[in-house]
Design a protein around this ligand. Structure first.
Ligand code: HEC
Ligand code: HEC
Ligand code: HEC
Ligand code: HEC
Ligand code: HEC
Ligand code: HEC
Ligand code: HEC
Ligand code: HEC
Ligand code: HEC
Length: 420
């Protein structure tokens, strides 16, 4: 208010200096009213901007200490309409050590998230039970993280939530509310095991399988190269893995890493797996399907049919679905009539070689020799034939010309002889 007055006074002084106040009484009061109006609009705008900057930089409208006077009390709690008891004690240390705390460029304050609160008393509790409260509160994250919130709209969890499956994951389920930690591996050191555990809260069976897998073991040992859940199911855009599109694209999910020469060399794993899969009957068909009919479900094998998706083990492990002794059973899931030699007759991820598949390699070589030699033979044959034809024709033409010349001479000779 005082700021408003000062501006108004200085405005009037300026008017007096310029002499604009010497206008007739009626007009003057009109223009004054207009100026006052414009001035107050400007002042309000300035105040809004100033206030906005202050709250974004340092002092929030309600300092955290004010909230913590009550919320740091050890056993503050409330009973919800659903009769659940909600503990209300907040550990300020947790917030301070979160990604929103002291390490952040601009630490967040209580009211940045609890933006409908400006002290006590609070309004009515906004939900019927704790889970609805949590889902509702999680909406606040999108105010500042628009990219993630927009990306998430199409994810399977968001669609399930919109359809009333209130137990599907929200931002808060995966990241926490006050205890948010760094998550972006490109910018920070992140705890990959904790990211898996976040999914495991709700997908415990799959998480347990994953933890036994070659990938899970690698991550548990602190490795950065094997996938966590979100490398295969990008966290904010998780699709339905049972859809035809996901199935057709799934070999490319594995290929991100298994076709990467430098990465696989570190673990002495062959990068032929992707190319040989594509060259194989199953893979060729899956690739054709993907480009022609991406919405149609394929029954041909993809990587995870043979290797599983979450319990992938090295082929040497006795529990691996692709270990020699278990392989036939894996094929029989789709080839129920497959006999003992079925799997052995398949080349798998190998290119033909003399050591492994002498017969196939022999046939391969046979064709490699046969085709060029047959083609070569025909090229030579056709070449010779064409040469001969050309030679014969030109010879014929030459003889014709010679004969014509001879005939011409003879005719000339006889006509000369006739004249004399
Ligand atoms: C005078 C003590 C006091 C102060 C100050 C206070 N609270 Fe509360 N708060 C309570 C009590 C008591 C409850 C239980 C519900 C009720 O009484 O409304 C509560 C409930 C809550 C809840 C959960 C239920 C709801 O209504 O959403 C949140 C969140 C909350 N407070 C946040 C805050 C924030 C943020 C501040 C600071 C701006 C704050 N409180 C300041 C005492 C206080
Ligand atoms: C008032 C704005 C605001 C709100 C609301 C907010 N955040 Fe943030 N959040 C930030 C800012 C700013 C940073 C980045 C801190 C930095 O990089 O210095 C951040 C960082 C993060 C990070 C770490 C990002 C990284 O680079 O690893 C995660 C994860 C995150 N927030 C999740 C959430 C969740 C979940 C919620 C809701 C419970 C939420 N945020 C609410 C502003 C906000
Ligand atoms: C990054 C956003 C964010 C900040 C900052 C934040 N809160 Fe919360 N708070 C939430 C969310 C989201 C929930 C509800 C979700 C849940 O309980 O898991 C919540 C819940 C609460 C509750 C209800 C009890 C509970 O744990 O569910 C209280 C009380 C509360 N906050 C107080 C505070 C106080 C006090 C501060 C400041 C010291 C603060 N909050 C800072 C996001 C935040
Ligand atoms: C199903 C679990 C899950 C949900 C739901 C989720 N996140 Fe994430 N979020 C992750 C994981 C895991 C990462 C780590 C990066 C990655 O692997 O994609 C991440 C990364 C982030 C980051 C770091 C920058 C980035 O994009 O990598 C921010 C910020 C973030 N999430 C905010 C949010 C917000 C806001 C919401 C709600 C709109 C949300 N997240 C919902 C799991 C989730
Ligand atoms: C708060 C619990 C919760 C968390 C945390 C969670 N999910 Fe989910 N998720 C669900 C629920 C509920 C469904 C629906 C399951 C159903 O329909 O049977 C679901 C569905 C899915 C689906 C679709 C397949 C299906 O069974 O419908 C995938 C994929 C998925 N989640 C992956 C993840 C990943 C990856 C993470 C971690 C980044 C994660 N989820 C974290 C609750 C959660
Ligand atoms: C190496 C890639 C990969 C990793 C890592 C991975 N998944 Fe999957 N996931 C897949 C594929 C491929 C499918 C579809 C095929 C299938 O279900 O066997 C799938 C299917 C799913 C499904 C739905 C089908 C079902 O079996 O219920 C859920 C839910 C799921 N994954 C969650 C997770 C969670 C949680 C994690 C981490 C613990 C995880 N995934 C790690 C590739 C992966
Ligand atoms: C983010 C990269 C990444 C993705 C995606 C990935 N893998 Fe892996 N995979 C690895 C790494 C790294 C190893 C080696 C781990 C080790 O030995 O510590 C590995 C190991 C394996 C092994 C064991 C090989 C051996 O001889 O020990 C198999 C089999 C395997 N992956 C199959 C798959 C399949 C199938 C998929 C897709 C469903 C997949 N992987 C997706 C990185 C990846
Ligand atoms: C029809 C079944 C089948 C399909 C489909 C399949 N694999 Fe395999 N895979 C196997 C068998 C069997 C082995 C073991 C080969 C051996 O060592 O004798 C294997 C071995 C591997 C290995 C270990 C190679 C090494 O050098 O240690 C990796 C990695 C692998 N597969 C990845 C993949 C990927 C990625 C895909 C999809 C692009 C895929 N597989 C598709 C059956 C399959
Ligand atoms: C997910 C199911 C699935 C799995 C697992 C699977 N296949 Fe197949 N495979 C198919 C389908 C479908 C066809 C096409 C059959 C047809 O059109 O007659 C096919 C075709 C083939 C063909 C081409 C010749 C033929 O019979 O038509 C060979 C060879 C083959 N599979 C070998 C294998 C071997 C070896 C394994 C085990 C290592 C295996 N498959 C595992 C689904 C699968």
């Amino acid at each position: 208010m005082s700021l408003h007055c000062r501006l108004w006074i200085s405005g009037r002084r300026r008017e007096e200096r310029r002499g604009t106040h010497k206008t007739p009484a009626g007009e003057r009061s009109m223009s004054l009213r207009w100026r006052l109006f414009i001035l107050s609009v400007v002042v309000v705008l300035v105040l809004v901007v100033v206030r906005g900057q202050v709250s974004a930089q340092e002092e929030p409208p309600v300092p955290d200490e004010q909230c913590l006077v009550c919320h740091s009390k050890p056993d503050l709690s409330m009973v919800l309409p659903s009769n659940e008891v909600l503990p209300l004690t907040v550990d300020a240390n947790i917030l301070a050590h979160s990604a929103h705390g002291l390490e952040a460029e601009t630490p967040l304050h209580c009211v940045d998230c609890h933006n409908n609160m400006d002290g006590y008393p609070h309004g009515d509790f906004p939900a019927a039970n704790y889970r609805s409260y949590q889902v509702q509160m999680s909406m606040v994250c999108g105010n500042c993280h628009e990219d993630q919130a927009v990306a998430r709209q199409d994810s399977i969890h968001a669609r399930l939530l919109a359809g009333g499956r209130i137990e599907a994951a929200t931002c808060v389920d995966c990241h926490g509310a006050h205890e948010v930690v760094w998550a972006d591996p490109e910018k920070h050191e992140v705890d990959r095991v904790a990211q898996v555990e976040a999914c495991g809260q709700c997908h415990s069976t799959i998480a347990a399988e994953y933890e036994e897998s070659v990938h899970g073991q690698h991550v548990a040992a602190g490795g950065q190269d094997a996938p966590t859940c979100s490398n295969c199911h990008p966290a904010h855009k998780i699709e339905d893995p049972r859809s035809a599109e996901f199935r057709l694209k799934s070999p490319e999910v594995c290929a991100q890493c298994h076709a990467d020469e430098a990465l696989m060399a570190k673990y002495e794993i062959s990068t032929d797996v992707f190319d040989t899969y594509v060259a194989d009957f199953h893979g060729t068909t899956v690739q054709i399907f993907e480009s022609v009919e991406p919405g149609v479900y394929t029954n041909k094998a993809v990587c995870s049919d043979c290797h599983s998706a979450h319990h992938i083990l090295p082929p040497t492990d006795e529990n691996s679905s692709v270990m020699e002794a278990n392989l036939l059973a894996t094929c029989q899931r789709c080839h129920p009539d497959a006999g003992e030699n079925f799997a052995a007759s398949w080349m798998g991820h190998y290119r033909p070689s003399w050591e492994r598949f002498p017969l196939v390699t022999a046939v391969d070589w046979f064709y490699k020799m046969l085709i060029p030699s047959v083609l070569g033979f025909f090229v030579v044959y056709i070449g010779l034939d064409m040469g001969r034809t050309w030679y014969d024709r030109s010879k014929q033409r030459r003889e014709c010309r010679r004969a014509r010349r001879k005939q011409g001479k003879a005719e000339k000779g006889s006509s000369e002889g006739g004249e004399s």
